[in-house]
Design a protein. Structure first.
Length: 320
């Protein structure tokens, strides 16, 4: 087919009435309809209803309009200060694990000369993705056990019994113990490499042109210089994706907290997600819980906008 024929076909497609194109694509729309229906019922409706109920004192049955009083009550919530401090610590730790260990693993796999060796290590790093997160948390619960836990037993064995603690029950160590597990995150942190983050990085590194790296080697560039000057700038999009997803997951998650500490001792491990869960299902304060959810959403949206603007990449997709 010649170039003129292609241009003529494109012109005819553009000139085709929109109603005709809609009828032609009707089977596609019908196939998408069930998925869109479930998406609206189970995702969009709860999301938008949270904004509505945040203006009400609602216990799940009865409601009374209170305006912005729920937002004012957040300021006077005793859990606010410890929850903000704890979520900052957990999010910082989660970002560190997400941006370092998976990147190191991806760079090593990408630089293996043997493709078989690379595949073996890729499988090793991604297998934990199929293991339920609750299993990992329970393993850490055993490790932190104050009586029979391997950590304390090891400290006793090497003569450092004075450092043995009830790691998850001690006010000073509980939050730091959670940072090693991955905080409230549902991904895998220390000592594992988060498989999904590694795959995102590896996809970016594989797409770095080999000719550019070969030219840099001919100019005498070291492996570190190639990574820092060539590969890292070109995978900035992948760094941004992992950064945003990690921050969002950490801010809203509380799975580890509810399984291990339930926010204690005191408010030592309290996080906003668990506070919202308590208000909704323990104290029947659905309206106030909705308010906490709205505030969390606004914070996450603001962070996402800032990160997107500050980490622009030359490889970003730019629609015509």
């Amino acid at each position: 087919m010649t170039t003129n024929e292609l241009q003529k076909r494109r012109t005819n497609n553009r000139a085709r009435p929109k109603s005709g194109r809609a009828l032609k694509n009707m089977p596609i729309y019908l196939c998408l309809l069930p998925g869109l229906l479930f998406l609206f019922v189970f995702s969009y409706y709860p999301f938008f209803s949270a904004f509505y109920f945040s203006l009400f004192k609602w216990d799940g049955v009865n409601s009374a309009y209170v305006g912005i009083q729920n937002f004012v009550n957040i300021i006077h919530d005793d859990r606010l200060a410890p929850a903000v401090k704890n979520i900052f610590i957990l999010t910082t730790a989660g970002v560190f694990w997400a941006l370092t260990l998976p990147l190191i693993g991806a760079v090593c796999i990408n630089n293996f000369k043997s493709s078989k060796t690379a595949r073996v290590y890729l499988i090793i790093f991604t297998i934990p993705m199929v293991i339920p997160w609750v299993v990992t948390v329970l393993v850490w619960q055993v490790l932190y056990d104050p009586i029979d836990g391997p950590i304390n037993r090891f400290l006793y064995f090497i003569g450092l019994s004075q450092f043995a603690k009830a790691w998850l029950a001690d006010y000073e160590t509980a939050i730091w113990a959670l940072t090693l597990i991955g905080g409230g995150n549902t991904g895998v942190a220390f000592p594992f490499v988060a498989g999904m983050n590694l795959l995102v990085y590896l996809a970016g590194l594989i797409n770095v042109p080999a000719e550019v790296k070969e030219a840099a080697k001919l100019e005498g560039a070291t492996t570190w210089q190639i990574f820092y000057r060539i590969e890292l700038p070109l995978i900035r999009t992948q760094v941004r994706i992992n950064l945003i997803m990690t921050i969002i997951t950490q801010l809203q998650a509380f799975q580890t907290v509810i399984l291990l500490t339930r926010g204690g001792p005191g408010y030592a491990t309290m996080v906003p997600g668990f506070a919202m869960y308590q208000d909704a299902f323990f104290f029947s304060k659905m309206g106030y819980a909705s308010t906490l959810g709205v505030v969390l959403f606004l914070i996450m949206m603001l962070i996402t906008i800032v990160v997107n603007k500050s980490l622009k990449s030359p490889t970003d997709f730019k629609p015509d």
